[in-house]
Design a protein around this ligand. Structure first.
Ligand code: TRP
Ligand code: SF4
Length: 395
């Protein structure tokens, strides 16, 4: 499992609920690699890269504070694993221009970011770089929000195209057909049917059944096993497996102004923000605009404060708010009080966990250095396979 975040500022509570909490859960279930996507940040922030440098270490501390455990997950920095860049280059050779131009976020973002010139070669390659990030670890699962799903989809297309072009070794098909015969009549028939269901009708469960069928065979050689698995997905060997997006549960956290919490709206509460500042921000945050005076009743469904209660408060508190707000029984300050307490209580253990790292930056650097080492070992191995598949292993 692999995921990355762009270092463009401090992590905020929206990212905690939307991303980091998932990471913390997933790190016990999968071999997880989490990285700081500094090159991706550079595609949009090339004119003011200081923010990247400032954010990198704070961001790693935020992850550790949130409970990401360097004993279970591998943490690293993208640019410290230069193999990503080489794979990006190699993948760019086979990526049709129409694929990158068609990514939904692309034209949108270029048009929206008028203050930045994003009509660059680097920014066009953003999803190809992301594909390299994923494929270099042969990641099976990529936990992302809905906005990133098209990028994972493109990664799958690039992997498929790569395997199609470079996965064919001479005589592969004949050898695969020989391997099928060795399965015995019944299994060979089943294998062929499942393969056809997948290749002609795109039935994913047939692919899975066929893979299981191969894996449960006792007396198939390793070479034949790989051939049979590769043949299932087309004509060749699978060099770069296709990843799957793991859609993280999208709790859209409202920001202080009611819009989605996001750095670009400047409406965030950061993960380890000072308690006084948190209190002040919530105390002054937007409420139902219809509630001008204390005696005006309000509508919680039109109030961003209530949207926060929805995330933080129990049913009892929420019905107390509903009742009190609609009858003008409570004031907005009363309403915000339990919320402030909940947010502060959530942040408290994070602040505590962060202290040892804030006081000892070398500790953070050594965690990342170790993660980079491990990441590079995997990345190098994939890159060797890729070079050799592309015929670039001449000496
Ligand atoms: N593009 C992602 C984002 O903006 C960050 C990212 C870069 C990423 N490389 C990745 C996420 C690889 C998952 C996997 O959020
Ligand atoms: Fe919003 Fe609470 Fe005020 Fe109602 S009482 S308007 S829910 S802050």
């Amino acid at each position: 499992m692999l995921s990355g975040i762009r270092p463009t500022g401090r992590m905020h509570l929206g990212q905690y609920h939307g991303v980091l909490k998932n990471w913390v859960r997933l790190q016990h279930e999968y071999d997880c690699m989490f990285f700081v996507a500094d090159w991706h940040a550079l595609t949009t922030h090339y004119e003011n890269p200081q923010v990247i440098e400032e954010s990198i270490w704070e961001m790693v501390i935020d992850w550790l504070a949130a409970g990401v455990n360097p004993g279970s997950a591998t943490l690293f920095i993208q640019s410290h694993v230069p193999e990503h860049a080489e794979l990006h280059l190699l993948l760019s050779m086979i990526t049709p221009l129409s694929w990158v131009e068609r990514v939904p976020s692309y034209k949108d973002l270029v048009a929206k970011s008028k203050d930045r010139d994003l009509a660059t070669y680097g920014f066009l390659g953003y999803p190809v770089l992301q594909s390299a990030d994923i494929l270099i670890y042969q990641a099976g699962k990529v936990p992302v929000g809905a906005d990133q799903v098209p990028h994972v989809e493109m990664t799958r297309e690039i992997a498929r195209r790569f395997n199609h072009i470079y996965g064919k070794t001479p005589g592969f098909q004949e050898m695969a057909e020989e391997a099928i015969k060795k399965l015995g009549r019944r299994n060979a028939k089943m294998y062929r049917e499942l393969r056809r269901d997948y290749l002609q009708h795109g039935k994913r469960d047939s692919l899975e059944k066929a893979q299981a069928l191969i894996l449960e065979q006792q007396n198939v050689s390793l070479g034949d096993r790989d051939r049979l698995l590769g043949y299932l997905e087309g004509g060749g060997k699978v060099i770069l497996p296709e990843p799957e997006a793991l859609l993280t549960n999208v709790s859209i956290m409202p920001g202080l102004d009611g819009k989605k919490m996001s750095k670009s709206y400047n409406n965030t509460i950061t993960l380890r923000e000072d308690p006084d500042s948190v209190e002040k921000k919530i105390r002054t945050m937007t409420t139902d605009p219809a509630r001008v005076k204390r005696n005006d009743p309000g509508d919680p469904d039109k109030c961003p404060v209530f949207a926060l209660h929805d995330i933080y408060s129990d049913e009892e508190t929420k019905s107390w708010v509903r009742e009190g707000c609609t009858t003008a029984g409570i004031g907005c300050i009363d309403c915000k009080k339990p919320l402030i307490e909940k947010v502060l209580a959530e942040q408290q253990p994070m602040r505590e966990r962060a202290v040892q790292y804030e006081e000892n930056p070398d500790l953070v650097k050594s965690i990342v250095a170790e993660g980079c080492e491990r990441a590079r070992t995997i990345a190098r191995a994939t890159l060797e396979e890729v070079r050799s598949a592309m015929g670039l292993d001449y000496r």
